[in-house]
Ligand binder design. Sequence first.
Ligand SMILES: NC(=O)c1ccc[n+]([C@@H]2O[C@H](COP(=O)([O-])OP(=O)(O)OC[C@H]3O[C@@H](n4cnc5c(N)ncnc54)[C@H](O)[C@@H]3O)[C@@H](O)[C@H]2O)c1
Length: 333
Amino acid sequence: MKYHLITGACGFVGRNLTKRLLADSNDTLVLVDDLTKGRAPNEWLSIEGSGVIEGGRVLFYHQDVRDFIKEVDDSNHRLNAIKFSDVFHFAAIVGGRSVIDGDPLKIALNLSIDAELFYWASKHKPERILYPSSSAAYPVAIQTKENNKALIETDINLKTIGLPDMTYGWSKVTGELLAKIAHSHYGLSVACIRPFSGYGEDQETDYPLPAIAARVARKEDPVEVWGTGEQGRDFVHIDDVIDVMLLALDKIKDGTAINIGSGVLTNFKEIIKAYCEIAGYNPEIKQLLDKPVGAFSRYCDTSFTESKLKWTPKISLKEGLTRVYEKALRNLN
Ligand SMILES: NC(=O)c1ccc[n+]([C@@H]2O[C@H](COP(=O)([O-])OP(=O)(O)OC[C@H]3O[C@@H](n4cnc5c(N)ncnc54)[C@H](O)[C@@H]3O)[C@@H](O)[C@H]2O)c1
């Protein structure tokens, strides 16, 4: 029987991965989340009368992951004899643009979470580790209005690193370095991924795509957009993100990081227009110029992921936006 550890399991990515592994494997999943942001498992998993989750295949620890990894290696811990197969490390302070720009020292705590996780892994020696870096790790100097390009994996060179996006980007660059060292010095198998803008039906409305869908579902007029709305991102549906994540775990051992995106830059005005077309109305767009917007242009070069993993996204932006919009409509009722 295999046991996998999913830290930050009750967040957006963790919930989607947990459901996928429950559907596609017979393994036992150990979920750890302090619920500072995540949703309690009874909101999204089936819990039986006795409190057993998904027929006993899920164990939930409502804890800071740093406490969990200290306690699990104690001989009195229920899981002490377990050697984790896969470790999916999603516990992080994320929070969106308002937190990245508004509370950067809070985000910097990710350095501590990642350092403790990798140090623990160097002793515990799980079979494989998945570390989610981010597109925020790329240098911001090549994401401006005047100077931008499809971001390719080699644009982050640890020897000549450019300034990434705030403490969030720095913590991801550092996490990637720890992943490389975990492999080279401790023999661990680690895959890093750089998802661009992941989105999906059950994402919190403090992220732009569900937030805009909710405004359009309410038929607001005007529809508000942060900044000019001309800033663009590379949107990728969470189902596609999970596909790449599992492929990366199979194929990458040495901490190499790969992009996960569509390769297409879409700005927020275009997103609003696409939702409004689905909803069948034509409102004004109101720019909120005092809101933080981050980099102007952030999209990826997909060639490395395509060649290394033979992967291209399955869910078009149109289909993904339709799904998110329909969920926003259901939430109204
Ligand atoms: N969603 C995306 O598109 C995207 C893009 C790039 C990178 N990532 C990365 O993927 C990971 C997961 O992202 P997400 O979108 O699911 O974020 P999320 O905020 O939805 O999930 C993070 C989870 O971690 C938990 N958590 C925070 N600190 C913790 C701690 N100390 N101990 C235990 N649990 C803790 C939170 O309660 C939350 O449930 C993050 O590392 C994020 O940077 C996500």
